[in-house]
Design a protein around this ligand. Structure first.
Ligand SMILES: Cc1cc2nc3c(=O)[nH]c(=O)nc-3n(C[C@H](O)[C@H](O)[C@H](O)COP(=O)(O)OP(=O)(O)OC[C@H]3O[C@@H](n4cnc5c(N)ncnc54)[C@H](O)[C@@H]3O)c2cc1C
Ligand code: FES
Ligand code: FES
Length: 468
């Protein structure tokens, strides 16, 4: 269990804390990996958390005059989905971000965190490999740039040194004649780790392939490029059988393990199928990107809420101050808890539920600074000086929100345990998109599990609320 929680307001502060504490200090961006790993006892040596999620401007996604797209270290997967630059010039990365977890996970999880965790099954890293991304690492000694194909050293091992922080991720925007596509195979449509994934990128002059990248995920100890498959495409004209051959070569390059989710043989043969499919989809017009993705931000413009004070140092002796449902609270004894426990045990607001405690079920969905997130994955200290809304706060006391009323009218309240989380997601969805399609509703509630699989009534309740 960590002893100090630093909420920094500048990269300079984060870098000097990393320098000072080295191995015992860990950077926290969204915390979607780190919080669970600490709970599972994987990081007993961590004494200090350095939370960079509230440094102003670090979540920006921008293009420089050399047409490189830069992703700041706290840019979330949702921020990538909302970015016109990623939508227009990095389709494979858009598609990878779209596949990460659920809207609530994407609202906290960052691309930098995905890279730093370095699981070969992580989704954005194969897309970034196909895009030939570069990673900027900063420390008190200055900056260094590392190519993404030299960054991953093994399962969950990277080239980041103890005193370094990822401060930028950048890649050349795709040209008009360059096409890309990311495909993931998981056991479900949402909240499923990749059984395998692939990202492809091809450049065309007329019908001739002038550039080829094929990156494979979850079929080796790190993501890697299928070099022979790429070579089989170069300088060739698109013809029957060309993509089949590239797929087969990619399948042969795969070196997957067998585990509970799939056998190695299945993964190898599916890589061949999906590389072929991704190559076709990359050049087909149906590979279109949504300009108005479901992110559950409501009316917010960003999922980041910058700190307006100097950097803050908290330990168990400090009071955590926050606003919940427009009421100010000050808690002692909350340090070290997660935000869900703080809300339930200290604020005694028990509407938000703990279904899994691992980010999987959505029963703990709340809004932090206006954006839907999972309270079980957020350190209570992170919420210091934040505005929280829980299910108790979505309508004036004594009244039901129209979504709650429609859940009653449609018989969608089937157990009561998952319902608060569903209602919170639905309210945010309708705030950002008052008339969602059924597919958009499904995406909006994809981070909420109903264990009795009664989704039909829940979907019709949300449709009913939208039509009121
Ligand atoms: C329920 C659930 C479902 C998920 N589904 C998916 C999925 O489908 N696909 C997928 O790819 N991932 C998935 N994830 C994993 C996770 O959400 C992503 O890996 C996420 O991008 C991590 O980003 P973060 O900001 O939350 O990282 P954090 O948890 O804050 O940090 C992760 C690691 O990166 C380090 N780190 C973070 N930022 C920096 C930095 N700037 N410099 C140096 N080190 C840094 C931290 O110290 C830590 O070691 C899922 C997680 C959960 C809980
Ligand atoms: S997602 Fe938080 S309790 Fe299940
Ligand atoms: S309605 Fe709650 S689990 Fe199905």
């Amino acid at each position: 269990m960590y002893e100090k929680y630093f909420i920094v307001n500048s990269l300079t502060d984060a870098i000097s804390l990393k320098e000072k504490f080295a191995e015992s200090a860990r950077i926290l961006a969204g915390g979607t990996d780190l919080v669970l790993e600490m709970e599972r006892g994987m990081h007993s040596g961590i004494k200090e958390i350095v939370d960079i999620s509230r440094v102003s401007g670090l979540d920006e996604i921008w293009m420089d005059d050399q047409l490189y797209i830069h992703i700041g270290p706290t840019a979330t997967h949702s921020a990538c989905l909302k970015s016109p630059l990623i939508q227009d010039f990095a389709q494979c990365l858009y598609q990878a971000c779209e596949q990460v977890g659920s809207p609530q996970i994407r609202n906290r999880g960052t691309v930098a965190g995905n890279i730093a965790t370095a699981s070969p099954a992580n989704d954005t890293i194969s897309a970034l490999l196909a895009l030939d991304a570069k990673i900027e690492l900063s420390s008190s000694n200055g900056k260094r740039i590392i190519e993404i194909d030299k960054f991953f050293m093994g399962v969950r091992k990277t080239a980041i040194m103890k005193n370094e922080i990822i401060t930028d991720i950048y890649f050349k925007s795709l040209k008009k004649n360059e096409y890309s596509c990311f495909i993931k195979v998981g056991l479900r449509n949402a909240q499923a780790i990749s059984i395998l994934n692939c990202a492809v990128l091809i450049g065309l002059e007329g019908n001739k392939i002038t550039k080829a990248r094929i990156a494979l995920g979850a079929v080796g100890p790190t993501v890697f490029r299928a070099i022979e498959a790429e070579a089989s495409l170069l300088d060739q004209s698109i013809s029957n059988g060309l993509f089949d051959k590239a797929g087969d070569l990619a399948g042969r390059a795969a070196n997957p393990i067998s585990d509970i989710r799939a056998s190695g043989d299945y993964r190898r043969s599916m890589i061949a199928v999906h590389v072929r499919r991704a190559l076709h989809q990359a050049i087909e017009t149906e590979n279109e990107i949504k300009s108005n993705p479901v992110v559950l931000w409501g009316k917010e413009q960003t999922s980041n809420s910058p700190l307006t004070t100097n950097s803050i140092e908290l330990d168990e002796t400090n009071i955590i101050n926050l606003s919940i449902n427009n009421k100010e609270f000050s808690f002692t004894g909350g340090f070290g808890k997660n935000l869900l426990d703080l809300i339930r045990e200290n604020a005694l607001l028990t509407g938000s539920k703990e279904g899994c405690g691992e980010g999987e079920c959505g029963a703990c969905t709340i809004y932090m600074d206006g954006v839907a997130v999972l309270a079980c994955l957020i350190p209570a200290a992170r919420a210091h000086h934040s505005n929280i809304t829980t299910i108790e706060g979505i309508s004036p006391e004594g009244d039901l929100h129209k979504v709650q009323q429609s859940f009653l009218d449609e018989g969608a309240v089937q157990c009561g345990y998952c319902t608060p989380g569903f209602v919170m997601s639905a309210v945010k969805l309708l705030e950002e998109n008052p008339h969602p399609s059924v597919d958009e509703i499904k995406t909006g509630i994809s981070g909420n599990l109903c264990r009795c699989t009664g989704y039909y009534k829940i979907i019709s309740a949300i449709e009913l609320a939208a039509n009121e």
